[in-house]
Design a protein around this ligand. Structure first.
Ligand SMILES: CC(=O)N[C@H]1[C@@H](OP(=O)(O)O)O[C@H](CO)[C@@H](O)[C@@H]1O
Ligand SMILES: [Mg+2]
Length: 548
């Protein structure tokens, strides 16, 4: 181990320059995320640890500065592992330890990471850095660079980009067979395969309308779609809205995928044009929502569950046509609507599994299938394909049977249109548009696949949210011990009732989810469970009330 790189005085200088406030932070499902002005010390230290991770893996690592759908004054940082996936879980603890350490203990913490991971510190750390449109992002990115430099690592700045672009570029740098490691390479791969697939299904359309109204959340997704619109505008006309990235406080304000999903209503400035196809991205363009307003002015949402089922249905048919013997499965979380799970198992007859909230859990589970489709209900998801599947497709492409080669070509183009590294709103949009176009469907046809059960989500503030622990993919509560029996009793009095509670990984609250046969009952169940949580798990602030 050469100690030349380990110039602790350089790291110490950064620790002194960016002092840590009193409050400790934890690397959660979304990395570190909080008020932007509390993050200087965090990004410096994350730069240091990410550099160590790069040395350990002898591969490039990514750093993304974003707080996704949060308010403009927040920010955050996430580490991307060499294959473009989320940081391995064992390292979440290392990075948390360093971020929270004092000036007197950081050296020991860093040495312990180096020793326990047998890191050869003579290796050059290599990082790719991206950031979103937030006013604080560039400043934080430059401090992250200082952290990396303190270990003499090198940084390639991708600059302003979506989260999925950064994941993609990191993957391609380490695995050049996956694609060209640049923003242009990303667009080129996705859009070229989209155009070719489009041409395969270019028959007369009765139902599919080549027009979408797009909500960019006034974030980086708006820039993406402006570019994409110029490339595919001859196929889909994209009407851009919420594309003001110059006015910071507009970011995610009453718009974006998270707003649409949680509020179940139109975002600002999207026209309530009956039956038009409406789409929202979130602030860093890794989530997407489809929705429409019917002629009676009712709002209809097509969320992550809907996308997973649409994709499974399409791919199941193509793999049958290509005569491929491969496994196909969908991965969901407890937030997936009960009707979607029923439809997948009983009608589609596709394997479905449920995992804990957080994309890393879904991604990991999806790796078990040749085609693993994973989506959180909130619109974050993608599809991953095994090497075995990719090899089988190649064999089918040279089959003598025209139907088989045609299906294999479709599948091969589909694979290239997917950003397998992480949920990607653009890739998901291209996938959904391709399938709707191929099926000649509008959103109401898509919606007819199954009826969703009305649901309600609520938040309860408690003294210590970690007093709530869960099991069975967060569907059952273990502590406080008296809570789950009471939830069971409450749920049993509601037809098709289902409910669960879990501590949020990104906010200091407990989340409550309830489903029932009518909206009024789902609302009531959510409220009753919220009161249980408040009473049994140390609620603070105002007690949820049935009469407010
Ligand atoms: C109900 C919900 O939407 N939860 C979100 C939210 O996590 P919480 O742990 O619920 O705060 O943020 C995560 C990171 O973006 C995302 O993966 C997850 O789906
Ligand atoms: Mg996001």
């Amino acid at each position: 181990m050469s100690d030349q790189r380990l110039n602790f005085s350089k790291i110490l200088a950064g620790f002194k320059k960016y002092p840590k406030p009193n409050r400790d932070l934890e690397y959660g499902t979304a990395g570190f995320r909080t008020k932007a002005d509390l993050l200087d010390h965090v990004v410096f230290r994350v730069g240091v640890v990410a550099c160590l991770r790069s040395m350990q893996k002898k591969k490039a690592i990514g750093l993304m500065i974003t707080a996704s759908h949060n308010i403009h004054s927040d920010n955050g940082v996430k580490i991307v592992d060499p294959l473009g996936d989320m940081l391995e879980q064992s390292w979440e603890k290392f990075v948390t330890d360093v971020v929270n350490s004092g000036e007197d203990s950081f050296e020991e913490k860093i040495m312990s990471i180096i020793r326990s991971n047998e890191i050869d510190t003579s290796i050059d750390g290599c990082l790719f850095l991206g950031w979103d449109t937030r006013p604080s992002s560039e400043h934080l990115a430059s401090i992250a660079c200082e952290g990396v430099s303190s270990l003499n690592g090198t940084v390639t700045k991708i600059g302003l980009c979506t989260t999925p672009v950064l994941h993609y570029v990191v993957r391609c740098h380490n695995d050049p067979a996956y694609g060209k490691a640049s923003v242009d390479g990303y667009y080129d791969k996705l859009l070229t395969s989209f155009e070719k697939l489009w041409a395969k299904f270019d028959h007369i359309k009765k139902c599919y309308s080549p027009h979408i109204y797009f909500d960019g959340a006034n974030g980086v997704g708006a820039i993406t779609m402006e570019y994409v619109s110029g490339k595919i505008g001859d196929k889909i006309e994209i009407d851009l809205h919420n594309d003001d990235i110059k006015t910071p406080d507009k970011l995610n304000h009453c718009c974006g995928a998270d707003f649409v999903k949680t509020q179940q209503k139109l975002p600002l400035s999207i026209p309530a044009k009956p039956c038009a196809r409406l789409v929202s991205f979130d602030g860093d363009a890794d989530r997407i929502m489809y929705y429409f307003v019917d002629p009676e002015n009712q709002f209809h949402l097509l969320d992550g569950d809907r996308m997973a089922t649409l994709i499974a249905m399409f791919l199941r048919q193509i793999i049958q046509e290509a005569e491929l013997d491969v496994s196909l499965g969908i991965v969901q979380t407890a937030y997936a609507n009960g009707s979607s799970t029923k439809f997948i198992t009983e009608t589609l007859k596709v394997d479905v599994s449920c995992v804990k909230t957080g994309v890393k859990y879904l991604h990991h589970e999806a790796l078990k299938y040749d085609i693993g489709i994973y989506f959180e209900a909130n619109g974050h998801g993608t599809v991953i394909f095994s090497q075995r599947l990719k090899d089988e497709i190649k064999l089918k492409l040279v089959s003598d049977n025209e139907k088989i080669t045609s299906a294999a070509t479709t599948l091969s183009l589909f694979v290239d249109m997917v950003n397998e590294t992480v949920g990607d709103a653009l890739s998901d949009l291209l996938i959904v548009e391709t399938i709707l176009h191929a099926k000649d469907w509008d959103l109401s046809e898509w919606e007819k696949l199954y009826d969703v059960l009305p649901y309600q989500m609520a938040k309860v503030t408690v003294k210590n949210r970690n007093a709530i622990t869960t099991t069975d993919a967060e569907r059952r509560c273990v502590t406080p011990v008296e809570l789950q029996p009471k939830i069971d009793e409450m749920v049993s009095s509601f037809k098709f009732g289902r409910a669960f509670v879990r501590p949020s990984g990104t906010e200091d609250i407990v989340r409550v989810y309830a489903e029932a046969v009518t909206q009024a009952e789902a609302n009531e169940l959510a409220l009753r469970i919220s009161i249980l949580v408040y009473d049994l798990a140390g609620g603070i602030g105002e007690r949820p009330s049935l009469f407010d």
